[in-house]
Design a protein around this ligand. Sequence first.
Ligand SMILES: *Cc1c(COP(=O)(O)O)cnc(C)c1O
Length: 448
Amino acid sequence: MAARSRRAVWHPCTQMKHHERVPLLPIARARGAWLYDADGRRYLDGISSWWVNLFGHAHPAINAALAAQLDTLEHAMLAGCTHAPAVELAERLAARTDGTLGHAFFASDGASAVEIALKMSFHFWRNSGRSGKREFACVRHGYHGETLGALSVTDVPLFRDAYGPLLRQAHCVASPDARLALPGESAGDVAARALADVAALFESRGDAIAAMVVEPLVQCAAGMAMHDPAYLRGLRALCDRHGVHLIADEIAVGFGRTGTFFAHEQAGIRPDFLCLSKGITGGYLPLSVVLSRDAIHQAFYDDDVARGFLHSHSYTGNPLACRAALATLDLFDSQDALAANQRRFDALAQALAGLAAHPRVAHLRRRGAILAFDAMIDPAAGGDFARRYARHALDAGALLRPIGRTVYLMPPYILDDEEIALLAAATVQALERTLDAPAVHRPTGTRA
Ligand SMILES: *Cc1c(COP(=O)(O)O)cnc(C)c1O
């Protein structure tokens, strides 16, 4: 299977040649927090299958909702037609923002949602007679997806550099990452410094900037970089003062990942655009959505076709995906999932607390259901560390994929005490094995 996959499939985010040495993991089935390989070995899904799974694999309630939807309506186009799953989902997501954000514009994955928010913001200003507002601001080390527009506001050199000539230049402001605190500084101090950078940018370019895009509370792809909620409050105020839209990219951090349903709630603010995907369907099907304020929708509402938002994707608002999302919202409503998660992730943090004293561990940190720490190794060896750590974690029974030297846990919201203990033990065991056996580096081309 792995050999056929290497021939037939071009795997994402992968240097395919690495799979000459590192085997692909063939997954045959999954249930709850566990992935099972072709030989029946099981691995605890410590990263929620790339941050999408919320309530476990093959959840009976989501399965049943999907089966019923499959017998009713598998798909119908959302231009000119409408259907109950899309309408109900739009209404229930809007209610989750107390009605501040609505007018759900659906797409199929996260990067498309970011594209939509960027285009909508620019088009809003154009429709409002401010077509000079055509620039975007983003945060150092931020990640918003891989399509050209989303990559333009992404600051991860590994993903971006090869395509530099194709990208529109965006303004990249200082990171509020709490790890940047100087001795004696708090996370709030770092946030204040980062806000000063935004203020300076808006003073000089505010008239030309349409929107600022931010990942609230945790820049996940940056290596689980966490910041103080005060940063978001400050951004909201600066955006208001200078007439810049605030786009919250909660594609990774929405749906309870940071402890609240939406991450921006912890700052007591609302953005102008909210991008959601990943956990939205409980990890079942590709779906994304952009919610926006009434005033934005109003600027497009006109007899003139060209003033409308004419963007579309073929599978926009797919009923199966929307139904999976509704079943996922039902699980949040019926189980008080956020309160249960608080206890669950307290226990996981407790099980890992010993790492704080580990001589080769720095910045043990947590926000809600996301835990992370940095291995004290040469950052340049981060990629190699990550691959070897992932192998050792599999040997210990867990699927984990460090980002460079940052090890993180972002498991589904269903772990029981035994699974918590196993995940914590696997995390520590993989760390010890990876640090104990540093990679042997030889100049290429020589033979021992
Ligand atoms: C994953 C991610 C995206 C891109 O979503 P895709 O579905 O992979 O296109 C955008 N923004 C953030 C913050 C993400 O974590």
